[in-house]
Design a binder for this molecule. Structure first.
Ligand code: DSN
Length: 482
């Protein structure tokens, strides 16, 4: 199909679907149309968002949603799952081939779910099996209440070492308000106070002292690459399982930007990811594992997951098939080189970046130099049509809610076709807004709780400059809803 034909076919499909929806609940049809209009009209720089293809999006609107299929391929708790088996097997096959992984599990509904499956699988493989052997039980169903009590006590004493939230780690990596910080005794490793970079010597020292069951690598706001071979050496030295959460950079792994020591799959025991960020698939998660952990991962549903979303697994299969095409490697390389252009655009305008730059898909802008908190900057940028999210920076004086940083990523706008010049202009527009935004600190002693005001006319000027860029790179070109 040519791209013109594909756009015409997708337009017809969406128009028909919206007509059907409109006849039942017009407000939902209207919100769906409005969301496309909003996304088309804004500079989307949220590092964890992207635009999936019409093929991926359309795959989710299907009859597969109507089927219950708890369990796993060929072993379901419901009858009549042959088509779901096909869908799950095709998605898993694409995931294994794309990432060169021995085993893939495509059921998780999100990245947090994928991490829960991984935690359970690691506990089940590392702790449950020896305990089962000691009790003489053949399986989990044979365990007595006393055995379970012992297991719970043993689980409670396990340790997790992950990257701290303010250094760029994720809340599921042991942050207290998340279950990961409650299931495990938790400790974090940070980054070097001078450079903001990961210091593997310090990670190793923390691992030697803490002796975690699980060492987690991966991040959601660290703008640099990670040496997973070294992380594996550290894990092996202390007998830990290396779990890598590649939710943010799975697209760069799939697109062969991260290879060798920077590809987590050959080094980690278990790898988790979302499918909707740089991987550009539907909203969801997946887990890759070595054979040793595969049996326990396969029990993710119903152990910690609700029934699989078969229509989303189908869309994962379509997205993973797209990611296996050569053009996805070009896309991934562009995501990384565009992030460099964005970083250079900030640096030449004297803005401060955490770690001084980037070599992945995101930059972390320290907005304290503009006299703003992350929350004030996020809000001023949103008013000018630039969608970002506030983010802590290492040792952030304003904490995780107000923050001192803005996280910006290139995956979405690269999908729209933005290149180096456009990202340089994006940096210029952001610096314009932030330079002309002043916090009203006179009203309160705390700069974190007050509003900031952008000088008159700046928002309009930036909106109009952004509109020029966006018009030149339309989202879903040729797709018309009316
Ligand atoms: N929502 C993801 C992100 O923005 O990084 C993390 O859960």
């Amino acid at each position: 199909m040519t791209s013109d034909n594909a756009a015409a076919t997708a337009s017809a499909a969406y128009r028909s679907a919206l007509e059907v929806i409109e006849s039942v609940e017009p407000r939902i049809a209207a919100a769906t149309r409005a969301e496309l209009a909003d996304q088309r009209a804004s500079l989307k720089l949220i590092a964890s968002e992207n635009y999936a293809s019409p093929a991926v999006l359309l795959t989710m609107s299907s009859f597969l949603s109507d089927k219950y299929a708890e369990g796993t391929i060929g072993h379901r708790f419901y009858a009549g799952c042959q088509n779901v088996d096909t869908v799950e097997a095709v998605a898993a096959e694409h995931a294994r081939e794309l990432f060169d992984a021995p085993y893939a599990y495509v059921q998780p509904h999100s990245g947090i779910d994928a991490n829960l499956v991984a935690f359970w699988a690691i506990l089940a493989t590392r702790i449950e099996a020896p305990t089962l052997a000691a009790t003489g039980a053949k399986g989990v169903n044979d365990l007595s209440e006393d055995d379970w009590e012992q297991l719970r006590a043993r689980f409670g004493q396990q340790r997790l070492l992950g990257m701290s939230l303010d250094a760029g780690g994720h809340l599921t990596h042991g942050f207290r308000p998340n279950i990961s910080g409650k299931m495990f005794h938790q400790r974090s490793y940070g980054t070097d106070p001078e450079t903001g970079l990961l210091d593997y010597g310090r990670v190793a020292a923390a691992a030697r002292e803490f002796k975690p069951l699980i060492l987690i690598a991966g991040y959601s706001a660290y703008p640099r690459r990670v040496d997973f071979a070294t992380m594996r050496e550290i894990a092996d030295e202390v007998g830990a399982t290396l779990m890598v959460d590649m939710a943010h950079f799975a697209g760069l792994v799939a697109g062969k930007v991260f290879t060798g020591d920077e590809d987590p799959v050959p080094h980690a025991h278990v790898v988790t990811t979302t499918t909707h960020k740089s991987l550009r698939g539907p909203r969801g998660g997946l887990v890759l594992a070595t054979e040793e952990y595969s049996e326990a991962v396969d029990k993710g549903c119903p152990m910690v997951l609700g029934g699989p979303l078969s229509h989303v697994m189908a869309a994962k299969a379509v997205a993973l098939a797209e990611a296996r095409r050569p053009e996805f490697q070009t896309y991934a390389a562009d995501v990384a080189s565009n992030a460099q252009s964005l970083a250079e655009g900030f640096l030449k305008r004297d803005a401060r970046l955490v770690t001084g730059g980037t070599d992945n898909h995101l930059v972390l802008l320290d907005v304290s130099g503009f006299g703003l908190t992350g929350r004030q900057a996020e809000s001023a940028l949103l008013d000018a049509g630039v969608v970002t999210n506030r983010n802590s920076i290492p040792r952030d004086p304003h904490g995780a809610w107000y923050t001192s940083g803005i996280r910006l990523g290139t995956p979405a706008l690269t999908t729209r076709g933005f290149g180096h010049d456009e990202f340089d202009t994006v940096a210029e527009l952001i610096v314009d807004v932030l330079s002309d935004t002043k916090a009203d600190t006179a009203k309160s002693g705390s700069p974190s709780k007050v509003k900031a005001t952008t000088a008159a006319g700046v928002g309009e000027r930036v909106r109009s400059a952004a509109a020029e860029l966006l018009d030149a790179h339309p989202l879903y070109p040729g797709l018309e809803l009316s």
